[in-house]
Design a binder for this molecule. Structure first.
Ligand code: GLP
Length: 243
């Protein structure tokens, strides 16, 4: 879909609301959401918070799994993804904070923390809808170019490009951006039932072009989504400019 930003946010919110309400109505189990950081999903969280407040959309019992986390940021750091999600989404709706999960970037046993995170996702019936952005270099979550298409949650080194892109969240100072992260792997993301990817702006045009039309390759990690049976790509005119 190519549409203006506010419309994209509404469409993504519709996908989330759909699974939340469907499971609430069926009474089988609460929905399982995959949530993302970065600027692309912020308007989606605004829209979900609005629907919670104005339309009674309830997230009670819903479980949410984050895509990734920086390694080593202090627990109280505002840019720690756990805190970003708390500020931008969790605190604005009625989800139980104990139901919001993310990889533990402060773990001393990193491989153990990654395995525990995979196990926590596997204990659910699977992620119903995964909100996703894409990096200018084609990364999804923090699966940088060269990531195995079969990867699971693990530690990764951030590329210089990504650290520069994210420096805007750290006083514009790339030196303050962590060098490592924990991220769901590409195979983890592929196991979600429905993936909703948002991208806006000309700087995303090449990544969106590769993701949709390029050859499937670890050099453009988002291209793995071409093998997914249910992906919705939501872009504005600029990000869709090379399609
Ligand atoms: C970050 C996140 C990704 C996100 C990407 C794009 O590095 N780890 O999950 O998709 O950047 O971010 P933005 O939406 O701010 O352009």
């Amino acid at each position: 879909v190519i549409a203006p930003g506010p419309e994209l946010a509404r469409l993504a919110a519709d996908a989330v609301e759909g699974v939340v309400r469907a499971h609430a109505a069926a009474g089988d189990r609460p929905a399982v959401l995959g949530i993302a950081t970065g600027s692309s999903p912020l308007a989606v969280y605004d829209e979900l918070a609005r629907r919670h407040t104005e339309e009674g959309l309830s997230f009670a019992g819903v479980r949410a799994f984050m895509l990734d986390e920086y390694v080593g940021l202090p627990a109280e750091h505002p840019e720690r993804y756990r805190n970003v999600i708390e500020t931008e989404f969790a605190s604005r709706v009625d989800i139980d904070p104990a139901d919001v999960h993310g990889p533990d970037g402060l773990a001393t046993d990193i491989p153990g923390a990654c395995a525990a995170y995979e196990a926590a996702i596997a204990e659910t019936d699977g992620v119903d809808v995964q909100i996703l952005g894409v990096g200018t270099d084609g990364h999804i979550a923090f699966n940088e170019p060269g990531s195995s298409l079969a990867s699971r949650t693990r530690i990764k080194t951030l590329t210089r490009q990504t650290r520069e892109d994210n420096a805007r969240f750290f006083d514009g100072d790339v030196a303050q951006v962590p060098t490592h992260c924990l991220t769901q792997g590409l195979a983890t993301i592929m196991s979600a039932r429905h993936v909703v990817l948002l991208a806006q702006g000309k700087h995303k045009a090449e990544a969106v072009h590769q993701l949709v039309e390029g050859p499937v390759s670890a050099m453009w990690p988002g291209t793995v989504l071409q093998h997914h049976p249910h992906v919705t790509i939501l872009v504005d005119e600029a990000a869709g400019g090379r399609l």
